[in-house]
Ligand binder design. Structure first.
Ligand code: FMN
Length: 338
């Protein structure tokens, strides 16, 4: 019998993301550059921790032998660069203790590192705490993935308890809770609702990269093809949430390279999560080469920020932006609701 997590990994590896909405955002600056690359500071503080870069490894792996291997490799990258690291949903381990190891494997490298557990809202508040305990995690991600579930042949069809369950989990668990999508983005109405029930950390995880409707379509006999265009892009999600000041916003979904990271930060993200990028990296290269590539990624973020005359993430947010007509159209239509 095939393992669902392995299906997801194999399908995600096949997906190509040549263009996305990040290409519809331009950042402008004064060509008479006044910042040295070495003076660019990309450190960020969140959850009472300071991280040297605003990058984190987002939820993917655990619950199969292959995903144990992936988690092990990702944990080396996380340790090397001090990235926070989320595992995939711990649901598999909660259902069957034989999979503990495929998540706990990251503890070998990340004794000192920042670990994030992940779970969905079909799980109880006790299960959410168990997920945190299995990993000895510093934070908990809750994923909202209804579009994936309904495309998944064996997926969940019950969602009306979600809000109540989320409130219960937030009140019950002992670590900060981050609510995330899985690649379909979040409107400001979603973010406002989440904020109203006490959520402080949100990862919009928008469209533009890994597409879970396409992944689940790969597991179906009859594909729900046109549904693959559902969702808000990461850029649209960030633009829609420009005014959400009480929330710490994270961006993920379709981050392809350093310029996408810089654009996410310029559009208001506090940190930037990459999943597909890191999966492809560790499945393509050995760990030495993977580390070289990630070092280059960070150097490129700093280099691009210097070109933009932005010595810090705060100054980057002031950089002038020009948007493609599609995004202007999106913003204009969304203004009506304000
Ligand atoms: C193989 C794979 C497995 C994933 N599993 C999970 C998961 O268990 N929980 C979750 O919240 N998100 C999961 N995701 C979604 C990612 O965290 C992220 O939201 C999405 O992939 C968009 O980011 P990307 O375009 O950088 O891949 C998974 C992604 C991939 C590629």
């Amino acid at each position: 019998m095939s393992n669902r997590k392995d299906d997801h990994i194999h399908s995600a590896l096949k997906q190509q993301h040549v263009t996305n909405d990040f290409d519809k955002v331009r950042l402008l600056s004064n060509s008479l550059c006044s910042v040295d690359v070495n003076d660019v500071d990309v450190s960020v503080s969140v959850f009472g921790h300071t991280f040297q870069t605003p990058i984190y490894i987002n939820a993917m792996s655990g619950g199969s032998d292959l995903s144990k291997e992936v988690n092990q490799k990702l944990s080396v990258i996380a340790k090397t660069f001090g990235f926070p690291m989320a595992t995939g949903s711990l649901s598999a381990a909660i259902k069957d203790a034989k999979w503990y190891d495929s998540f706990q494997v990251i503890n070998g490298e990340l004794k000192e590192g920042f670990k994030i557990a992940n779970i969905g809202l079909s799980r109880s508040k006790e299960d959410a705490q168990k997920a945190i305990d299995i990993l000895d995690a510093h934070a908990l991600q809750i994923h909202l993935n209804a579009a994936q579930e309904i495309t998944m042949p064996e997926g969940d069809r019950t969602f009306k308890h979600w809000k109540e369950r989320l409130i219960e989990i937030i009140e019950f668990v002992t670590v900060p809770v981050i609510v995330k999508d899985v690649g379909f983005g979040m409107t400001r109405e979603t973010v406002e609702t989440l904020n109203s029930i006490g959520v402080k950390y949100i990862d919009v995880s928008g469209k533009g990269g890994t597409n879970f409707i396409a992944i689940e379509n790969d597991r179906r006999d009859n594909r729900l093809v046109s549904f693959e265009s559902y969702g808000l892009s990461t850029v649209e999600s960030l633009l829609d949430n420009q005014d959400s000041h009480d929330i710490t916003l994270f961006a993920s979904g379709g981050i392809r390279d350093a310029f996408d990271i810089v654009k996410s930060l310029a559009l208001g993200a506090h940190m930037v999560g990459l999943s597909g990028y890191f999966l492809k990296l560790v499945m393509t290269y050995d760990i030495k080469k993977s580390i070289q590539i990630v070092k280059q990624l960070i150097d490129d973020v700093k280099g691009i920020m210097a070109v933009l005359n932005a010595p810090s993430i705060d100054t980057l947010k002031e950089v002038d932006k020009v948007f493609h007509q599609d995004l202007i159209n999106f913003m204009n239509q969304r203004k009506k609701g304000k």
